[in-house]
Write a protein of this length. Sequence first.
Length: 119
Amino acid sequence: VQLQASGGGLVQAGGSLRLSCAASGSILSVNTMDWYRQAPGKQRELVASITGGGSTNYGDSVKGRFTISRDNAKNTAYLQMNSLNPEDTAVYYCHADCRLTFYDRQDYWGQGTLVTVSS
């Protein structure tokens, strides 16, 4: 099973980016999918999460600016990031809780994608 994250890059403050995270491999289903981020010198923090049923949760610092969504048919989660500011600069990691068989669940991390917001 692999999680492939994409969509990071350099953007000016006030701009937008859309991240994608695709789960592939021998997966029965994907449960919760999350985005975390880690800025230099800081701990990894939860940005947003979405359950298989579509319920969402956001970190306080991104509420109202970021939107998480998913396409269950593609096992893919998206993170639309608007009104970006330099404090959003970080490596963004996707995470997924996957059901591999009826009895087996595993969680996986993507490789990380760098988002840099210039002032």
